[in-house]
Design a protein around this ligand. Structure first.
Ligand code: HEM
Length: 416
């Protein structure tokens, strides 16, 4: 074991050998709440430091121009300073990678479409979709929670919200699967993969361009029609490139995360049969269970930023231009903030986790994600008869940031 100042700790976090249980590494990182890694990246893992950096205007979500940061050959560094660069520099940058004032203008328009009525309206529908997924598995003794429910559900939900015609949904499912690979550092140096992702971005963009034209011609009651026709008092009408970038962002951000909340959630509950039984007996517990899951096993472990100026924080100074990792999942287990942080306790008070990030970039889809997770986990708790994990730990997908099982095979006696 190396000491806490080990500048390779974050590389170890990214190593797939540590995917099933990165938490001991996070505890070692937290000894220095903001730690410089050997490659010059700074990793914030303490709750207070992450919070301070989330609110610091010197911390940028924009990728740096390539001239300023030519490729270094270090996949994580290249990825942090130029996230999804293949896509965003030539086309339009989605607002998750933008700073004020553009970020706020675009975000406000999206929030205007995520109305309470629209999101709440999806509650019934989501419950129906979960029921359909379970019907399809009726009579079976095995069940892969990822393929059979957690993966397809969010794409269908976001397609319906955006107003993607039902017959085109299978294409969205395929695109979402492909683009998930672009989010991981390793993709930066896989030329074939990058080429496929660029093709996929282009295919979605072409598709969206036509769909937006159609929505402008004959608007319906859906988010894309709203975004295509609404006029913001300050920003005016959203441009086509911004609309396309926004739609792709909503597709990816809503998909690759919700799948992990549902699967990490069920995994956590199956490891604690008493908690699963309590949820089955009292579905009203679901919101508390889900908040605790977002703290204890969050779908998004970290997000990246760049320091735009020297930033003193937690006894160190992050230099201007340094890539920065906000390790939300480590902050969520910080004993200085959460008593007994490694205990899964849905009844804990004051659960201000970083599951949905924080500050300016706080997740716009949080209410929708909560609805989807609640529909899925309450139905699974209620309807699966005697569920058992077929493998523990399950195999994980490669991602260290969007972390979750590749499959979650369950043995069941039936579906009620
Ligand atoms: C931002 C988590 C579901 C859309 C974020 C951020 C996190 C997050 C941590 C902050 C990113 C940052 O600070 O850089 C999650 C989790 C989800 C989820 C854990 C599910 C369990 C969704 C859904 C949607 C969505 C369903 C949309 C349909 C977005 C968007 C942003 C975002 C657009 C960017 C916000 C901004 O930059 O202002 N999400 N998300 N998310 N999320 Fe989610």
């Amino acid at each position: 074991m190396t000491d806490a100042s080990d500048g390779t700790l974050f590389a170890q976090v990214r190593d797939s050998a540590n995917r099933a249980d990165p938490y001991p590494l996070y505890a070692r990182l937290r000894v220095r709440p903001v730690a410089r890694q050997d490659d010059g990246t700074f990793v914030a893992s303490g709750y207070a430091a992450i919070r301070a950096l989330l609110h610091d205007p010197r911390v940028s979500s924009e990728d740096l121009p390539p001239a300023e940061h030519p490729p270094t050959g270090n996949p994580v560094k290249d990825w942090i300073v130029n996230p999804l660069k293949d896509w965003v520099t030539d086309r339009h940058r989605p607002f998750i990678f933008r700073d004020p004032p553009d970020h706020g203008l675009l975000r406000r328009q999206v929030m205007g479409q995520f109305t309470i009525a629209r999101v709440q309206g999806m509650k019934r529908r989501t419950e129906g979709l979960v029921a359909q997924c379970l019907e399809r598995c009726a009579g079976s003794r095995h069940f892969d929670l990822v393929d059979d429910l957690a993966y397809p559900l969010p794409v269908t939900v976001i397609c319906e919200l955006l107003g993607v015609p039902r017959e085109d949904e299978p294409r969205f499912h395929a695109w979402a699967t492909q683009l998930a690979t672009a989010l991981e550092p390793e993709s930066r140096h896989d030329e074939a993969l990058r080429a496929r992702n660029t093709e996929t971005f282009d295919a979605i963009a072409d598709y969206m361009r036509d769909l937006i034209r159609e929505k402008r011609r004959a608007p319906r009651d859906d988010m894309l029609s709203g975004l295509a026709t609404a006029k913001d008092p300050q920003a005016g009408r959203m441009s086509d490139p911004d609309l396309i970038a926004t739609a792709i962002l909503l597709l990816i951000a809503g998909h690759e995360t919700t799948v992990n909340l549902i699967t990490n959630g069920m995994l956590t509950l199956l490891r604690r049969p008493r908690e699963l039984a309590r949820l089955r007996a009292d579905p009203e517990r679901a919101p508390r269970v889900i908040e605790e899951l977002l703290r204890y096993e969050p779908p998004v472990h970290f997000r990246t930023r760049v320091a735009r100026a020297p930033i003193p924080v937690a006894g160190t100074v992050i230099p201007e231009g340094a890539p920065l990792v906000l390790l939300f999942a480590a902050g969520n287990r910080d004993p200085a903030r959460f008593p007994d942080p490694d205990r899964f306790d849905p009844d804990r008070a004051d659960n201000q986790h970083f599951g949905f990030g924080g500050a300016l970039h706080y997740c716009v889809g949080a209410p929708l994600a909560r609805i989807e997770a609640e529909a899925a986990l309450t139905a699974l708790a209620a309807r699966l008869s005697n569920p058992r994990l077929a493998e523990d730990p399950p195999p994980y997908r490669p991602g260290a940031s969007l972390r979750g099982p590749k499959r979650l095979l369950l043995h069941i006696d039936g579906i009620g």
